[in-house]
Design a protein around this ligand. Structure first.
Ligand code: ADP
Ligand code: MG
Length: 764
């Protein structure tokens, strides 16, 4: 227990007993004694107020408690001892209310700090020793016992670990991490003990970053809170003037006292910080860490949003889809050299290239003389050859770009695929094609953000223009800026002057300057937290973009509640002052009323703790069920591909073979796809409908099932109607039309279902 809490409790006890005791003595007919009891019991409060004022004056802030001092002192001087005692009790209880509200508002953030691990169990030879956190080095083998928090970031090295990450992400369900997968510091071991290999020192771990963020949030004072202080200062002279005027006009000092008693800047000084800290706490609970009230307020005023593409709008789990060797080199050797070099890079694309090489069983060499230009590429020596890997603009600067790369760029029409060029010994030797799919929740998150008041969404990317524009068009962003180096991203943000604030969301080291330049920088997910949390004002610990929309909504609500509390509270205070000035509110009643206003205002501010995300607290799709649905769709992917491939093939194969080709496809459709859609209608949609709520919410989706069945049936009939020699040109055109139609509907329908399921899987 700290000193402040002890004095608060003591003050409350003394002033309460004094007030009640005094009343009892008064009733038993000893008014003089009662007066003394009231004076003595309110003296400690008076003293505390004086000390408080002294402190603020020492800090060179003006003391707002002046009104409290004058009203309690005035009551004593005018012989209104009972009023003085009531004010004393009100001030003391106001103090405890303030403490309670602060503590309640911070609870979730403090809970996060409470989980901080302090020691780790390290294997030293055969022994396990307990070591302080700062002694952990990358490479140490650690034991995490059941119920313990993971001490630093690392890789699970023994059996499967089951981790409760709820403190970090707000996701209530434990997650499994197999041997070789990452474990984040701060997660709690929810099952059997497991071993892990530390990959960072504890001070560099995710959790240490979080702790630093939370501590910064505790220290910072929101601009609105500072502004409130200033307004409160204006309020002091105003109430003194009104009190003096009332005294003079009425010729009665008690009139002036009555005004002072109800004049309280409490809504200003307390309501604002309480509402804002409550908002911070709420966000922390949802896995969104915000550095302080100032950032929360800026977030609430968001107007322009900048997004990095790779790893932020897209999932950051890129897949290698094609290797295009230029002239001489074999495809696998091209990949091997590129992957060897990219081992040193943290970039998502680099990691995808390395894992693609590992999957193909290639032996990578250790690169030397490595230099990385963030967001552009890497150069270095691999097996005595000078290798460069990166974007076209980066590689073509160092290497001779021949006709081949020009042709390749023209030929490349993969939707939204990223190309990485590889140069060897000064000549472009080939390219790798990677797809990085848009996150399932991205379209929904952008919609929610717009709904929450964001006016303009801009995509910033280091990728090439055509790729960037394809993705930008799919997402419906307002502007696409491609070929952006880190300094260009920064310039783009600086050039923006909205009336509200600018937000930048990014995930990589190359985004750090831009994150720092924006009014609010948002680091995305685990990778973002590690790479750029220093530059960022907030971190999304859950790798889901829709949490940003949720945080924005919480920020807006908290700010609105703060403003509302101030206007409501101050309005009531001023009205009460008016009544008091004209003699309709005696000091004693005023003191009680004033306390009622304070309580109402603070309770209202605490409402910010109950702002909910769009789906929070509602039933959710179980993660296992969501995974099952996703897997099912993935298993059907080849059939979707087959529809398009069949359409392509029908135009080139001899007419005689069309019937057989179509029959194959029809069989696949009838055996796998149609039963899947029937199953959706019968089993999945009813569950989904319950989760969404409302009257028949899946009607439109169900309509697509009928269309799919209809087209498949048409296709089947056409297949069986075909004569031996195949279709004539009219018939073929008709078949192709249906195949293309089916292909388009299936793709859209699958994407829509994935999006719906994913949004429902958002944990409650
Ligand atoms: P974004 O801004 O969309 O996140 P980046 O600026 O991080 O994209 O990267 C832009 C492009 O630079 C990538 O598409 C990739 O072609 C190339 N690139 C950057 N770093 C590397 C690397 N380490 N290895 C290979 N390619 C890289
Ligand atoms: Mg990126």
């Amino acid at each position: 227990m700290n000193l402040r809490r002890v004095t608060t409790v003591l003050l409350l006890a003394v002033s309460a007993t004094g007030l009640i005791g005094g009343i009892a003595v008064r009733i038993s007919g000893e008014p003089t004694w009662a007066g003394w009891i009231w004076v003595i019991s309110s003296a400690p409060v008076l003293l505390a107020v004086v000390v408080g004022i002294g402190r603020t004056v020492l800090r060179r802030e003006a003391g707002i408690d002046l009104i409290a001092l004058l009203s309690i002192g005035g009551a004593m001087a005018l012989g209104e001892y009972l009023t003085g005692a009531v004010i004393g009790l009100m001030l003391a209880s106001g103090r405890s209310l303030e403490d309670f509200a602060e503590e309640r508002a911070r609870r979730e953030m403090s809970a996060l700090l409470g989980r901080a691990p302090r020691t780790a169990n390290r294997y030293d030879g055969v022994e396990i020793v307990q070591v302080p956190l700062h002694n952990i080095r990358p490479g140490d083998r650690l034991l995490v016992r059941a119920g313990e928090a993971v001490p630093t970031d690392g890789v699970v090295s023994s059996t499967t670990a089951v981790l409760d990450e709820s403190a970090l992400t707000g996701e209530p369900l434990p997650v499994r991490r197999n041997s070789g997968e990452g474990a984040r510091s701060g997660a709690v071991n929810a099952a059997m003990p497991f071993d892990m290999i530390a990959t960072t020192a504890a001070a560099d771990s995710t959790f240490a970053g979080i702790v630093r963020l939370v501590e910064a949030a505790h220290r910072s004072k929101a601009p609105a809170a500072r502004l409130a202080d200033r307004y409160a200062l204006l309020f002091v002279p105003l109430s003194l003037t009104v009190a003096a005027a009332a005294w003079i006009v009425a010729g009665d000092p008690v009139r002036g006292l009555a005004v002072l008693v109800v004049a309280t800047p409490c809504p200003l000084i307390l309501a604002v910080p309480v509402a804002i800290v409550a908002g911070l706490s709420r966000c922390a609970k949802r896995g969104v860490l915000i550095k302080g009230g100032g950032v929360l307020e800026k977030l609430a005023q968001a107007q322009t949003l900048f997004f990095d593409k790779t790893g932020t709008l897209t999932g950051g789990r890129a897949r290698l889809v094609a290797i295009e060797p230029g002239t001489t080199l074999a495809a696998t050797e091209l990949l091997r050299l590129a992957a060897s070099l990219d081992q040193v890079s943290q970039h998502v694309i680099a990691q995808a290239i390395v894992s693609a090489a590992r999957e193909r069983g290639l032996t990578l060499s250790l690169p030397s003389n490595v230099e990385e230009q963030p967001g552009a590429g890497v150069t270095g020596i691999v097996d005595d050859r000078r290798v460069a890997v990166g974007s076209y603009s980066f590689v073509s600067l160092i290497a001779n770009s021949d006709d081949w790369s020009q042709q390749f760029l023209r030929r490349m029409d993969y939707d939204g695929a990223t190309s990485v060029f590889v140069a060897i010994d000064g000549a472009v030797a080939g390219a790798l094609l990677l797809v990085d799919e848009i996150r399932l929740e991205t379209p929904r998150a952008l919609r929610l953000l717009r709904k929450a008041g964001v006016k303009r969404i801009v995509m910033l990317t280091g990728d090439r223009r055509d790729v960037a524009e394809t993705i930008g068009a799919m997402l419906g962003v307002d502007q696409v800026l491609a070929d952006q180096r880190p300094q260009d991203k920064l310039a783009a943000i600086k050039a923006e002057h909205p009336s509200g604030s600018t937000i930048m969301v990014g995930d990589g080291v190359n985004d750090a300057p831009a994150l720092a330049a924006a009014d609010v920088g948002v680091a995305m997910g685990e990778r973002g937290a590690a790479a750029s949390s220093e530059a960022a004002g907030m971190v999304l610990l859950v790798d889901r973009l829709d949490r940003l929309a949720e945080a924005l909504r919480i920020a807006c609500r908290s700010r609105a509640i703060a403003i509302e509390s101030v206007i409501g509270g101050m309005g009531l205070s001023v009205v009460a002052m008016g009544f008091a000035a004209f003699g309709y509110l005696p000091p004693l009643a005023g003191a009680v009323l004033q306390e009622a206003i304070d309580v109402a205002v603070i309770l209202n501010a605490l409402r910010a703790l109950h702002v909910h995300g769009p789906r929070e607290g509602r039933p959710a799709l179980a993660p296992a069920a969501f995974d099952a649905l996703k897997t099912e769709h993935q298993e059907l992917r080849p059939i979707l591909e087959r529809v398009r491939a069949t359409a392509d093939r029908l135009t080139i194969i001899p007419a005689k073979e069309v019937a057989a080709e179509l029959a194959d496809l029809n069989e696949l459709l009838q055996k796998h796809l149609i039963p899947h859609e029937d199953q959706d209608d019968a089993k999945v949609y009813p569950v989904v409908e319950q989760l969404i709520g409302g009257d028949d919410p899946m009607a439109a989706m169900s309509r697509a099932h009928r269309e799919i069945r209809h087209l498949s049936r048409l296709l089947q009939r056409m297949g069986s109607d075909l004569r031996q020699e195949g279709p004539d040109s009219k018939m073929l055109a008709e078949i192709l039309r249906i195949l293309h139609g089916l292909d388009a509907i299936l793709r859209l329908h699958f994407a829509q279902e994935d999006e719906i399921y994913h949004s429902l899987a958002e944990a409650a």
